[in-house]
Write a protein that binds this ligand. Structure first.
Ligand code: PLP
Length: 425
């Protein structure tokens, strides 16, 4: 048995993959190394990466500057507990994050994954209202079609149909949902969308701690883009009804939509913001929840006077060093031009998919390209067919989409787009 088959056999026997069943016949591909935008499989095949490993590997793989930062940090200190101790990589990262995120966000809570960053955001909102003597504000308002993670609090604000609400119905907190804004990106906000929001807030604001949403791009819940102007209106209504505004920028942060953070497409700032995914350039798992001075002060001066959360691996020095290096690489690159260029390549090479009978529409924003089909794609066959074409693209439901590393060139972008075209054809 060769290495490829050996890995596959043991994998099938012992390991769960994301949203998988054990021992299933869904294909899994053993990767042995990755460099730049190429993934190398155990049988020697090379694939162009169209996924950035779920939005995270924005500088590609095996990046010399990232590697060096991590090697240096390993030699200094890989981990130390964060209770009662602090360290240079965390301090540097927190300072940078406060500088590059919206002005009102002034404090940083580190955690190990996006889902936990969302849990932390939700707990902050509840604790804030508790300390403002409004203990009834424990529920959340969110958009249908959203995705915020797989832990219980995060699950409760994921889309109630495509999410896991049926299965976990008895254990999940019941939240308030409104329709995804119908207004298109770059269009002014539709009056209906605002009326929906106003009517839920009017009726239930006394129970609602915060409105949580992914600004401008709904990611794993359906890859939808919507009007940034909606965010402006949402801010006004949240203020009017004493509801906090939480932006989940875990997918959209760090340049993907053409702005450093997607909320910059609007004119407003959230009260709490979650980041993750691309934070470490895809090297290690790290996330953060940022909030305003007002919220941080209220929680800190309230009862019990501390924020009730503290992960074991909070602010892991290696992960913070990766984040510091990644942000440095990003900010010292010509990232805005690069995203704009990738956007124009996607316009040029992905748009032809719209002519295919199977395809409902093609939409592109920043370094995100989405092909939506009329019917759900057959994962098993399409996944293998894409690998046969020499690309790594992971479709879900009706969607075949691209979010390549920012370092990708024109030929590889065209290769990714052409592969989608031929496979869908
Ligand atoms: C991926 C994602 C999460 C969850 O992050 P994990 O690191 O997978 O826990 C939350 N919100 C959004 C918008 C995401 O895209």
């Amino acid at each position: 048995m060769n290495q490829y088959q050996h890995l596959l056999q043991l994998d099938q026997q012992f390991i769960w993959h994301p949203y998988s069943s054990l021992g299933s016949d869904m294909p899994v591909f053993p990767v042995v190394s990755a460099s730049g935008v190429q993934l190398k499989l155990a049988d020697g095949r090379e694939l162009i990466d169209g996924m950035s490993s779920w939005w995270s590997a924005i500088h590609g793989y095996n990046h010399p500057q990232m590697n060096l930062a991590l090697e240096n940090q390993i030699k200094t200190m890989s981990h130390v507990m964060f209770g009662g101790l602090t360290h240079p990589p965390a301090v540097e990262l927190a300072k940078t994050l406060v500088e590059i995120t919206p002005d009102t966000l002034q404090s940083v809570f580190f955690s190990d994954s996006g889902s936990v960053a969302v849990e932390v955001a939700m707990k902050m909102a509840i604790q804030y209202w508790h300390d403002k003597q409004q203990p009834d504000k424990q529920k959340f308002l969110t958009l249908r079609g959203g995705y915020h993670g797989d832990t219980f609090g995060a699950m409760s604000v994921c889309d109630p149909v495509t999410g896991m609400h049926g299965l976990f119905n008895q254990s999940l907190a019941q939240q308030f949902f409104i329709d995804t804004p119908s207004s298109a990106f770059n269009a002014p906000c539709n009056a209906n969308d605002i009326e929906n929001l106003r009517s839920v807030l009017t009726e239930h604001h006394s129970q609602i701690a915060a409105f949580i949403l992914e600004p401008v791009v709904q990611g794993a819940g359906g890859m939808r883009f919507y009007s940034a102007d909606y965010l402006n209106k949402a801010r006004m209504l949240c203020d009017e009804f004493n509801v906090l505004l939480i932006f989940d920028e875990i997918a959209t942060g760090f340049g993907r939509t053409g702005k450093l953070f997607a909320c910059e497409h609007s004119n407003i700032e959230p009260d709490i913001m979650c980041i993750g995914k691309a934070l470490t350039g895809g090297y290690l798992s790290l996330a953060a929840t940022l909030t305003t001075q007002k919220i941080a002060q209220t929680i800190s001066n309230g009862n019990p006077g501390v924020f009730m959360h503290g992960p074991t691996f909070m602010a892991n020095p290696l992960a913070c060093a990766a984040a510091n290096a990644s942000i440095d690489i990003l900010l010292n690159s010509n990232w805005q031009t690069k995203i704009h260029t990738i956007e124009s390549w996607l316009q040029q090479y992905l748009s032809p998919c719209a002519t295919l009978a199977k395809v409902k529409n093609v939409r592109i924003l920043g370094a995100i390209g989405v092909v939506e089909c009329h019917e759900a794609v057959e994962m098993k066959t399409i996944q293998s067919a894409l690998v046969e074409q020499g690309v790594w693209i992971r479709p879900f439901g009706k969607l075949v989409y691209l979010m390549p590393p920012f370092i990708i060139n024109e030929a590889d972008t065209r290769g990714l787009c052409n592969a989608i075209f031929s496979v869908l054809k």
